[in-house]
Design a protein around this ligand. Structure first.
Ligand code: MGD
Ligand code: MGD
Ligand code: MO
Length: 812
């Protein structure tokens, strides 16, 4: 294969070759041992300054995923028109050419009828090559319906970084120099990005620093922490507010970053407002407004009553955190933010970083380092009138409606409401979807209210899924296309940061493909483009032909070259010495490809002090841009911002909407008051939803505190178990409305009374012979997403998982 040195094959004695893990969004740079073209072992890539030669347990499971005998091995076509769970689709093998022929017929039919907006692209995971299929193909066909998994993840967290610090994305943390970490609904030694780096640094770090974990469940991180704060689900905003209150009343805020009272006298006194004139604010904006509108009454006692954790503990954590000053980390994970009203928990948790001045500091919190990807050519010259007509339609996820402000950066109505797309399809609102293609995602398993996706996908007249495995989504497909494995069988760049560095690391084709699989983001769209051109619509192929090899100027002749040239194109500012802009310097593409990873220079400490990329150049507690985004949404609907807040289900009114503040949780219980609040969590072994056909996943499940090998358990506090008449090991049913799942009961003090904690990951009914009891019919264990209803943090469109539902729990 082009671009790949022979040494990669390994011969019979083998050799190490770099690649990148695709087990989660950490994108750790790894090495894989190759013998005779087969992968046999994994380790971290020493060349990466992000994960520094370390790998997490899940990386090893990549090999089981690659050689899973249940993988899709050739294209298949449905013969049974009935699309339903439990009903055999009757898939029969077809050739790639037949598959692509049918797909392009359907696309051209839409184009002929000027119905291109009835096409939908759904993307789960992806690589840096995703624009090729996700953006360019969809737009050149002429559809606005690009749906990805962002809205299933934690956009609400990104919103807090955007409005307070000016970047839309994930932060990084300087674990090696920190003195105090508060983990809010995140379990960094098991999940989050980068688990590999956390696993290797945590031990040394806890010898020097203190850790507080705010989580209703005793996570792996909590088990080794100094403080476990088993919070009542959804009360994070109360605790964060109280911590800020203590930091201010005790004079522990950063004078250097936030500023001080002009005369040096601390006027932050319980219940008393402060005159803005008396405070000389420096590198932050709005601290007095925040105090006056919110914090002055947020005492630890007030928070304790709501959060169900002692006031003394809140006070102690606040003081220790405040004393750590610029060497303190507030790590806000999905727990508090993937909730209805999660945006404000995110703002409250992240605001602490500004208060102690731990912004871009040694031992503190920081944004990602700059990087220099070269964007792929744009599609504008290839959009014809039909495409332009299609692109003018509203999107199927209903973003921007009154109750769904869906803010992305400064714009309402532009955020991804991934999970609403199912309702859009079912209700044909704003329009019907006639043709859909999905890849690398499994929303009928991974999205809350998962059953809606079964209904939605089952109702699309022509649906194609590009997947490595038979999956819950593929079950509903008309055509299933077998994908190359993203970790071992495809070339592509990905970008991640951590440990004060950014790396751009390559997925590489390091093994021989055993089956007739193709790369999802390049080879498949190339075949579609070629066939469309043959049938008289050349625009997509003409566009792809502009992705020339940056070394030779050659046009790609096939999908494999498209993949290689696009990878080289995007990464040329790293490997071409004439275009070098910082970080590692390589002599050539070959030397970069053989190393597998480029590292940025280390994060320049305090680089944003005084020039934060926010509107004011400061860390903003009070946000004018957020006010404008909400106002813009209100004006579009001819209403006030208060009416928007009400429709989007927040309690804030007036100016409170533009500062971090407490919002009470909204937990749906249908009057079912003696049920338990579901505390969903990831497993240390989850490669998101896709490790479930790997034997190791079950064999080692007890690496998650409270869990049991080879079982799927719900962890219940013994007090609740007694009340519900449930004993250890009982088969139990957990239900919400008409949906229920079954699993085993585990009595455990590591969950707060009133809640039930259950790991996400099992409950697959169509993901291979190990993941289900009876493939296509009967799940093994239970999928939490079947009992979590589809709720949202409406400001961003983020799906809610936590503090969302009280479920009924009973003996089976
Ligand atoms: P997966 O569920 O892992 O990811 O949700 P999704 O993006 O849907 O589905 C991946 C699919 O891609 C599988 O069908 C797999 O077989 C297939 N696949 C694997 N490798 C490849 C490949 O290389 N190419 C292609 N084409 N396909 C491949 C992720 C989403 O899940 C996210 S980001 C989060 S944060 C949420 N986490 C979460 C949770 O914590 N709890 C609960 N209850 N639900 C969750 N869902 C969300
Ligand atoms: P989660 O791992 O989903 O989020 O990583 P994180 O942002 O760390 O953890 C959610 C936590 O919230 C759980 O510990 C749960 O117990 C807790 N929780 C539940 N309810 C509440 C509440 O009301 N308040 C608080 N404070 N906590 C609560 C996500 C990141 O992880 C993402 S987005 C992806 S896509 C990657 N996926 C992934 C994976 O699939 N597996 C593993 N092992 N690691 C992964 N890393 C990445
Ligand atoms: Mo995610």
């Amino acid at each position: 294969e082009s671009g790949k040195p022979d040494s990669v094959r390994g011969g019979k004695n083998g050799c190490w070759a770099p690649t990148t893990c695709n087990g989660c969004a950490s994108w750790c740079s790894l090495e894989v041992y190759i013998q005779n073209g087969r992968a046999t072992k994994i380790r971290g890539n020493n060349a990466s300054k992000v994960n520094e030669g370390k790998a997490c347990p899940r990386s090893h499971m990549g090999i089981q995923e690659l050689y899973d005998p249940d993988r899709l091995k050739q294209p298949m076509k449905r013969t049974n028109p009935e699309k339903k769970r439990g009903v055999d689709p009757g898939f029969v093998p077809i050739s790639w050419d037949e598959a692509i022929d049918e797909i392009t017929d359907r696309i051209l039919e839409l184009r002929e009828k000027d119905e291109t907006h009835k096409y939908m692209m759904v993307q789960g995971r992806n690589s840096g090559l995703h624009p090729i299929i996700y953006d360019r193909m969809t737009r050149i066909i002429g559809s606005p319906n690009r749906i990805n998994s962002d809205g299933l993840c934690q956009e609400a967290g990104k919103l807090s970084h955007w409005y307070q610090c000016g970047f839309w994305g994930f932060p990084q943390w300087d674990l090696k120099h920190t003195r105090y970490i508060i983990c809010w609904g995140t379990d960094p030694v098991s999940s989050t990005r980068q688990v590999s780096h956390h696993n290797s640094s945590w031990g040394k770090m806890i010898a020097r620093a203190k850790v507080a974990v705010v989580d209703p469940r005793l996570s792996a991180t909590a088990a080794k922490a100094d403080e476990w704060m088993p919070i009542k689900p959804g009360e994070d905003g109360a605790v964060a507010g109280a911590i800020a209150h203590v930091i201010l009343t005790r004079g522990l805020w950063s004078k250097e970053f936030v500023g001080d009272f002009k005369d040096g006298e601390n006027r932050f006194k319980i219940g008393q407002t402060v005159d803005e004139e008396l405070f000389d604010e420096k590198l932050t904006k709005g601290v007095i407004k925040w105090w006056n509108l919110e914090l002055k009454d947020r005492t630890p006692e007030w928070a304790a009553e709501r959060a169900g954790i002692p006031a003394e503990q809140i006070e102690r954590v606040a003081i220790d955190f405040g004393r750590a000053g610029s060497q303190a980390i507030s790590m806000v994970g999905r727990g508090p933010v993937a909730q209805p009203r999660g945006s404000y928990n995110a703002l409250a948790g992240n605001a602490l970083v500004g208060l102690v001045g731990a912004v871009g500091t040694e031992g503190g919190n920081m944004s990602g380092n700059p990087f220099f990807n070269e964007p792929l050519p744009g599609p504008d010259d290839y959009l014809d009138q039909t495409a332009k007509n299609g692109l003018g339609h509203p999107t199927i996820d209903q973003r921007g409606r009154l109750d769904l402000p869906a803010i992305f950066q400064n714009q309402a109505g532009t955020g991804m409401v991934s999970n609403k797309a199912a309702d859009g399809v079912i209700d044909k609102d704003p329009n019907e979807i006639k043709v859909a293609i999905s890849y690398y995602g499994n929303f009928a398993f991974s999205a809350p209210g998962a059953r809606r996706w079964e209904k939605a996908l089952g109702s699309i007249p022509f649906y194609v899924d590009i997947n490595t495995h038979p999956s819950e989504v593929s079950w509903f497909a008309d055509i299933v296309l077998p994908a190359a494995n993203g970790m071992f069988e495809k070339n592509a760049p990905v970008v991640r940061h951590g440990n004060r560095h950014r790396h751009v690391t390559l997925h590489r084709r390091v093994v021989d493909r055993l089956w007739n699989v193709k790369s999802d983001e390049t080879e498949v769209p190339w075949m579609i483009a070629e066939k469309l051109a043959e049938k008289g619509f050349p625009n997509l192929l003409d566009h792809y032909k502009t992705y020339r090899d940056p070394e030779t100027g050659a046009e790609p002749q096939n999908g494999e070259e498209l993949e290689l040239f696009a990878t080289k194109h995007i990464t040329q500012n790293y490997w071409n010495p004439d275009r070098h802009r910082g970080g590692d310097k390589f002599e050539s593409w070959e030397s970069f490809y053989n190393t597998g990873v480029w590292n940025s220079d280390p994060y320049v400490l305090k680089r944003r002090w005084g020039n934060m990329p926010t509107e004011s150049g400061k860390f903003e507690f009070y946000s004018e841009p957020l006010k404008r985004a909400i106002t813009q949404h209100a004006e579009k609907h001819g209403l006030t911002t208060d009416q928007v807040m009400e429709s989007a289900n927040y309690v804030a009114r007036g100016e409170q909407a533009f500062i971090p503040h407490y919002e009470p949780p909204v937990i749906i219980d249908e009057g079912n008051n003696d049920g338990l609040i579901l505390v969903d969590h990831k497993s240390r072994l989850n490669r998101e939803g896709r490790s479930a056909n790997s034997p190791w996943y079950y064999e080692f499940k007890d690496v998650d505190p409270g869990d049991v090998a080879n079982q799927d358990v719900a962890k219940i506090n013994p007090k609740d178990a007694r009340r519900l008449g449930i004993s250890e090991g009982d088969d139990i049913v957990m239900s919400f409305k008409e949906n229920s799942i079954t699993c085993k009961a585990r009595l455990w003090e590591g969950v707060r009374p009133g809640t039930v904690a259950k790991s996400y990951g099992q409950g697959h009914w169509a993901f291979g012979r190990r993941a289900s009891l009876e493939f296509g019919k009967k799940a093994r264990g239970g999928n939490n997403n079947e009992i979590i209803p589809a709720e949202y943090d409406r400001l961003t469109g983020t799906s809610a998982y936590y503090a969302t539902v009280r479920v009924r729990v009973s003996k089976a």
